[in-house]
Design a protein around this ligand. Structure first.
Ligand code: NAD
Length: 344
């Protein structure tokens, strides 16, 4: 199978090359992202491999079909960048449903600790031999309440980590898990209670029409003063302007963002030599209580290895059987993994 691999980065190559060679798959690596302007590069390939900031809208899907490219192998779990409704029945969309929930959950806690213990400030100070402690006062996590939205693979691991710190957990999920709540340290509640009772909010649900801007002016107003917002899920879960206003008014005490709603043209690239055109992001990054990382929560050796292995296995299985259990199907109002392995 010949696959056009978009948005390729140096750290993708070792694990993908190893699994491809062992399984008779050939990847042609393109540094550019997949979108309407670049889709022509996929001509002559059996399939395309895409990541979180590639754009697979109706126009791109039509072009892929017209070039006889019938399979899209996402090397990620989220698929909000694919028009799944339009793709259904036209393009086989495979994904990696899980590769390391630990990578993302651990990064979320790393951001939280960095922020509330001012590690980012202390690191810069001590490099300059400034050993003053003024302004570095943090707070204990023990005994604080964390509100976790989305209790799937990553949310659950994050809850485990938080419990290790002695935190109380309030959880919200559209489809709550029966085995998770223990009535004591973990309790499912409605969103209103979660917003009003949490010291820290962490987002671990997918981006859908329903969850778009779920952190907004109104929901921030319901939160405790100085609430800490953690978003390692998808940028557009948060209305960034509302977050910025919340930080300015001190309603938000700190924000830790691994994702940003306008990240697609910026993240994963070195923009250090350019004038930052995005005023909102520039303002956010200028805040002492905001930490931004560049969608790196997934980036561990274990996750990269698992992503490459599952992506290649998905392609091999698809080539052999014309179907794959990690194919996404669009049913009713949402996409989900194929239960029968017989999509189309
Ligand atoms: P998952 O599918 O295992 O869990 C998602 C949970 O969200 C499920 O329990 C689901 O029921 C719940 N949910 C769905 N709709 C909801 C709604 N409207 N309100 C509340 N909860 C809802 O997914 P996961 O593997 O835990 O990943 C969670 C998210 O993390 C992904 O959607 C992706 O956006 C993000 N992610 C980020 C990175 C990164 O590098 N920053 C890496 C992987 C995943």
């Amino acid at each position: 199978m010949n696959i056009a691999f978009f948005d390729a980065k140096p750290y993708d190559l070792p694990s993908f090359n190893a699994h491809a060679q062992a399984n008779g798959v050939t990847f042609k690596y393109f540094e550019t992202k997949l979108n309407e302007d670049t889709v022509e590069l996929a001509r002559g390939f059996d399939g395309v491999c895409a990541f979180v900031n590639d754009t697979v809208n109706a126009a791109v899907i039509d072009r892929l079909i017209s070039m006889n490219v019938r399979v899209l192998a996402l090397r990620c779990a989220g698929f909000n960048n694919v028009d799944m409704k339009y793709a259904n029945g036209k393009l086989h969309v495979l994904r990696v449903p899980a590769y390391s929930p630990y990578a993302v959950a651990e990064h979320t806690m790393a951001l939280l600790l960095t922020s509330i213990r001012r590690i980012h400030k202390a690191y810069i100070r001590s490099r300059d031999f400034n050993f003053s402690l003024s302004g570095l006062t943090g707070f204990d996590l023990h005994g604080k309440t964390v509100g976790v939205i989305g209790t799937g693979r990553i949310g659950r691991v994050f809850i485990d980590i938080c419990r290790g710190f002695g935190m109380r957990v309030l959880a919200y999920d559209k489809y709550p898990a029966d085995d998770l709540a223990n009535g004591d340290t973990i309790r499912y509640v409605g969103l209103d209670e979660l917003f009003s009772s949490s010291d820290i909010l962490s987002l671990h649900c997918p981006l859908t029409e329903e969850t778009y801007h779920m952190i907004n002016q109104d929901t921030l107003a319901m939160c405790k003063r100085s609430v800490v917002i953690l978003n390692t899920s998808r940028g557009a879960l948060v209305d960034t302007e509302a977050l910025l206003n919340g930080i300015k008014s001190r309603q938000v005490g700190a924000a830790c963002l691994d994702v940003y709603e306008e990240e697609s043209e910026l993240f994963f690239e070195d923009n250090s030599g350019h004038i930052m055109e995005d005023d909102t992001l520039a303002r956010l990054i200028s805040m002492p209580n905001v930490i931004v990382t560049s969608h790196q929560a997934f980036l561990t050796e274990e996750a990269l290895e698992n992503i490459a292995e599952t992506t290649v296995q998905n392609l091999v299985h698809f080539a052999k059987y014309g179907q794959c259990e990690n194919e996404l199907c669009y049913r009713g109002d949402r996409a989900e993994d194929c239960k029968s392995g017989k999509c189309f």
